[in-house]
Design a binder for this molecule. Structure first.
Ligand SMILES: Cc1cc2nc3c(=O)[nH]c(=O)nc-3n(C[C@H](O)[C@H](O)[C@H](O)COP(=O)(O)OP(=O)(O)OC[C@H]3O[C@@H](n4cnc5c(N)ncnc54)[C@H](O)[C@@H]3O)c2cc1C
Ligand code: SF4
Length: 328
């Protein structure tokens, strides 16, 4: 591990000021990802600015939405009564990740910005464009069973590892940030970038821009939502494929739907095409399969992960059928 300084911010301006004092400063949430990366010398920040004393509030908004401070732990969010009642997909997604100890430490801000679990990214003997821009990518012709089938590029096919983000993207979450240019807000679906030729640039955030909160709009059919994660082991395993879905069925028809996929792309993947195909259609297995087909039409398998295309198709259809079955 390289030498670094540590300071604890007491509020947002303090965090921004502390980060600005060192070019190579990074914010520290629970440290469950960043500290591992520092031990492997993949990340080498010269200063850590601890942001766990910032807002960890989880608060209902007028009109039925939810405000979530970026320092809220994953455990607090999954256990929150409003989340469990209004957005069960989010509670289930968080509980499908890591272990209780990791969720106790992990924060919402850190979970959103956790880095890929591509093994070549962690191995400094391997070629990795994300770690060393222009170095090449050993995953493309290497062991790529966990890698992307959607949204990858010839430079990088890593997947985004978060379960929580898949649910948040399905729920139209808005991310609030603060930086040297002031505050701003953007849909979480727009925060993470696809790799293109620059896999090292992972988000739209500017240097030292801080995530301060996440906001969920009201979703009347949010209680009819769920998350399914398909993985190699029941715990301590990242998703091969995961599906976050909320479904509103009336008179046998899909009135509305929210759908997102994890484990398949370099960012939490909102399934806009599938949603477009489903709205107004009969809530039947045939419609669910057609929606999955539409979303996966552009999917491309690598040498070891072609199975994910069929797995994603079946998981989407099964999750939608489960939610429809609860409403008939
Ligand atoms: C063994 C193991 C298994 C795991 N399994 C899963 C799993 O199955 N599913 C899953 O989703 N996750 C899993 N995780 C990952 C875990 O969820 C993340 O490590 C965690 O969510 C990161 O949160 P943190 O607060 O600890 O972030 P940190 O490690 O503190 O930070 C991560 C990144 O976010 C940045 N950051 C932190 N807070 C902010 C902020 N407010 N604004 C701007 N930048 C910020 C940091 O600078 C850093 O770059 C696993 C982790 C481990 C160690
Ligand atoms: S897939 Fe991305 S993270 Fe993995 S080795 Fe290639 S460039 Fe690096």
């Amino acid at each position: 591990m390289m030498p670094f300084t540590y300071a604890r911010a007491s509020n947002v301006p303090d965090a921004l000021r502390l980060a600005r004092t060192t070019v190579g400063a990074k914010y520290l949430g629970g440290g469950t990802n960043l500290v591992d990366l520092m031990r492997e010398t993949v990340e080498r920040p010269e200063a850590l600015v601890d942001v766990t004393a910032l807002s960890a509030e989880i608060e209902s908004k007028h009109g039925g939405g939810l405000f979530i401070g970026a320092a809220a732990t994953n455990t607090a969010l999954a256990g929150n009564r409003i989340v469990r009642e209004r957005y069960p997909v989010l509670a289930r997604a968080i509980l499908a990740g890591g272990s209780a100890q990791i969720r106790n430490m992990a924060t919402v801000g850190g979970n959103i910005l956790q880095r890929t679990r591509c093994t070549y990214f962690y191995d400094d003997a391997a070629r990795c464009n994300k770690r060393v821009p222009g170095a090449g990518c050993d995953a493309i012709d290497g062991f790529n069973r966990m890698h992307a089938i959607l949204g990858g590029s010839p430079a990088c096919v890593a997947t985004h590892p978060s379960d929580m983000c898949v649910a948040l993207v399905a729920l139209d979450a808005i991310v609030h940030t603060a930086g040297s240019d002031g505050t701003r807000s953007m849909p979480l679906a727009d925060l993470h970038r696809l790799p293109g030729g620059r896999p090292d640039v992972e988000t739209e955030l500017k240097p030292h821009e801080l995530i301060t909160a996440v906001e969920l709009p009201a979703l009347p059919f949010g209680p009819r939502s769920t998350y399914r994660k398909v993985r190699d082991r029941a715990s301590y395993a990242f998703a091969l494929v995961s599906v976050a879905a909320a479904l509103d069925v009336a008179d046998g028809e899909v009135r509305d739907v929210r759908l997102a996929l994890g484990g398949v792309a370099p960012k939490p993947w909102r399934a806009w095409k599938a949603e477009g195909v489903l709205r107004g259609q009969p809530a039947t297995e045939a419609s669910f399969c057609a929606a999955a087909e539409a979303e996966l039409a552009d999917a491309a398998g690598l040498r070891h992960n072609g199975f994910k295309i069929e797995l994603a198709r079946r998981t989407i259809a099964a999750v939608l059928a489960e939610l429809a079955g609860e409403q008939t």
